[in-house]
Design a protein around this ligand. Structure first.
Ligand code: 5GP
Length: 115
């Protein structure tokens, strides 16, 4: 995969409103938020889609969920609730082919869509 826009954010070639970072994971606010809290949680290694996750990356994926939990708690939306969404390929309306969790909350959500 030739670096996506998220690789450029990870490499600080493009600006982003970063809310969390560790050695393996970066989280930043979505440029087009669908709710008061809309954060993208991204592994620093390039994994294009859910289809490309390898068994040995299971822990990394689990840590991404824990990062989402922390961000939700820090944002004060954990108790009211939120949505975690991963879009995959065309039918999933994936636009950026670098795996990411959408953390969406801060208002009442409807249906199952992220939009
Ligand atoms: P996808 O449809 O691939 O699951 O979601 C990609 C998300 O990335 C979209 O919600 C879109 O608004 C967001 N996005 C696209 N380009 C940028 C960018 O340059 N910066 C940030 N912060 N978000 C972006």
């Amino acid at each position: 995969m030739a670096g996506t826009i998220f690789s450029k954010i990870i490499d600080r070639e493009l600006p982003a409103d970063i809310v969390y970072e560790d050695d393996e994971i970066l989280a930043f606010r979505d440029i087009n938020p669908q709710a008061p809290v809309h954060v993208l949680i991204v592994p620093k290694i390039e994994i294009a889609t859910v289809n490309d996750i390898q068994p040995e990356q299971a822990e990394l994926i689990g840590r991404m969920v824990l990062v989402a939990q922390k961000i939700a708690r820090d944002a004060g939306i954990a108790e009211d609730g939120f949505r975690l969404v991963v879009n995959c390929n065309r039918h999933g309306c994936q636009e950026v082919f670098h795996l990411h969790l959408h953390l969406i909350g801060g208002r009442q959500l409807h249906g199952i869509s992220a939009r």
